[in-house]
Design a binder for this molecule. Sequence first.
Ligand SMILES: Nc1ncnc2c1ncn2[C@@H]1O[C@H](COP(=O)(O)OP(=O)(O)OP(=O)(O)O)[C@@H](O)[C@H]1O
Ligand SMILES: [Mg+2]
Length: 357
Amino acid sequence: MPEIRLQNLRKDYGALTVIEDLNLSMADGEFTVLVGPSGCGKSTTLRMIAGLESVTDGQIMIGDRDVSRLEPKERDLAMVFQDYALYPHMNVARNMSFALRLAKMGKSEINKRVAEVAETLDLTAYLDRKPAELSGGQRQRVAMGRALVRDAGTFLFDEPLSNLDAKLRGQMRAELALMSQRIKKNMIYVTHDQVEAMTLGDKIVVMKFGQIMQSGTPEDLYRNPANKFVAGFIGSPTMNFLNAELVEESGVLHAQGAGFSIPLPAQRAASLQSHKRRNVHLGIRPSSFTQSDAGIPMKIILSEYIGAQSVLVSELGGERISIEVNTVAPIKAGETRNFTVQADEIHLFDPQTEAAL
Ligand SMILES: Nc1ncnc2c1ncn2[C@@H]1O[C@H](COP(=O)(O)OP(=O)(O)OP(=O)(O)O)[C@@H](O)[C@H]1O
Ligand SMILES: [Mg+2]
């Protein structure tokens, strides 16, 4: 499959610019996830790639073909929509084979493909049923199957799991991951759910207000967020942010705030010299706290038991923070415990630009 490139892509609705100068390459066989809050332009971007929405400026390249102004059917794409739009009067088999029949494919080839995809999606037993006789999850799979039988070069998904309950969502997510490993096509997947993005994507593209905030592997984005927005968006429970000042004490740089002074690793001191005595935003993931008598005393306001983990809510530097601990001996609300912070897992951000320091 050829590489897909978005070059200086722009979309205006009248005077409103919803996508501004977007640049992105998606490699051959890559699973790319566009993720971001509601209204950030994910669907618009996907619909421009599909050819369902016109491009105001810029190019969409598939390999060395500029497809920006081509009809959808000339782009070798298959799309799964959020509201799966099945034909109610057709059974599952006919819904799945609709595009193939339209393309005048031979009957035996159609039957073969439908049977194969139905098998993969666990729909073999339902091929004769109408959509009204299926559960939401089964309908979702039919919508998926309808795209998959087409054997297109690229698959586009717009929140395909959003109508499912949590359990089915997890199941379908795993199915999709397995399927994409097997067929190795280009997949572009839109979601506002960061867990879905992290578990499915080879590459995640985090968007805000029609712009890319950062793109990279899930590990990249989790370990080295480029700015405060990405840091707060990726990871669950979300990162804690505290106001702090960078202060040197006996030769060691510390992030200090109301009630805490956290030494920073020596290897970071050099790049932070110019920020000495300046305010920063300190980012600490809930999992970066460790219980230790030498640590900062924190009163637990709330203890959320999840199972193997518990999330404790406390206060530090005047902010409410979350702490993730293994539930060995449960900690109750009202207790005070001491915690140290894993210094090499600390994130610092410029308070003005919000860029990572
Ligand atoms: N036809 C339209 N006319 C005017 N504005 C539009 C139109 N379609 C979308 N928009 C605006 O463009 C912006 C991006 O919309 P888009 O549907 O791409 O968001 P999204 O990231 O997919 O959000 P969601 O997660 O809610 O689906 C929004 O502010 C939306 O109001
Ligand atoms: Mg959308």
